[in-house]
Write a protein that binds this ligand. Sequence first.
Ligand SMILES: [Fe+2]
Ligand SMILES: [Fe+2]
Length: 396
Amino acid sequence: MQSFRPENGKLSAEEKLNLLVEFGARISCELRLDKLLDIIAQQITKMLDVGRCTIYLKDVEKNELWSKIAQGRGLEHTEIRVPLNGSGVISIVARTGETINLPNAYEDPRFSMDVDMVTDFRTHSMLAIPLKNNSGKVLGVFQVANKADATAFDKKDEGILLLLATLAGSAIEIAKLYQDVHVAQLETIYRLAVTAEYRDQQDTRAHLKNISIISYLLALGMNKKDSELIKNASPLHDIGKVALADNILLKPGKLTPEEFEIMKSHTVYGGRILEGAHSKVLKIAHKMACYHHEKWNGSGYPKGLKGEDIPIEARIITVADVFDALCAFRMYKKAWKTDDAYAYILGESGKSFDPHVVAAFKKIYPSVRKLYANISVNQPQPQTSDVPVTDEKKNS
Ligand SMILES: [Fe+2]
Ligand SMILES: [Fe+2]
């Protein structure tokens, strides 16, 4: 996009309209807050022809304002924070809702050089305006620095930036709400998953984290577009365990054939719990909960599905789940060495596991190995004899 600043410094009505339409169109379809802030900062930098645009947002809980460094010495995307009650320009604008225009920033005691110090940028002139929502509440601060023509910011600049901030304010508020809802959804899923796994595993959080990462890497390796959803759904694969009685789930010894039949039903219960879900993530979780014990050769349960009749999401979580179960310590077995568990997964290609998923696992194994390098060090030792099992007994 070209700069909207005309030669004579005046914007025609048509140019103003173009500016607003283009800016509005670009920001209105982005719901990811990080991405949105990047777009806004880039657009404003180009439109106003300035050296830098920084957007600070309020963090009400911490009574601070935060932003990400956009450029500088490898610190890109590093978060910077300033106190809301501070004496610097950004804090004052956020508190008072007033615009601050500094023709020579370094000569004003309210200007902090901290960001300049860690970036290859020297601020000369600076303009900071409040970013407000529709009801006039201050959400943060827009800060621009150094006009290309090296003149100070004037009233026209203030007007344009205020106009853009008004448009951006709504988009940012919507993206923040969307992010809050998304985070709340993920937290709920995760805590529900912890509830299901907590009863029979002490290392629940580690297990859920590991299988999420492995599932994500596997899905990425297979170029699955919904890899993020697969990652977020994976912790719920054993949600059906909540319906199992303690005498089955927590039995220290080997399960009888009858008890094992009951244990298998956690897949059915998991399916019932997640049945009819509307969100994409829970729909994927439903497939995982139902079919994560199915095997490629048809010898799994509950349905004995074979090959590609098993949903791909379940074929992925199965590999992640078994690998992590093998590498974990249990009361009835010691933790396998990572390379031994890897060899087991390869050996089960075409038997328990989808060969395509195993091929993807081969590709991602260096990353998986690194992930487990720190975990295996202080593993406790088993109190019963070693049982070289695939955790089938406990249905991890
Ligand atoms: Fe399971
Ligand atoms: Fe599991």
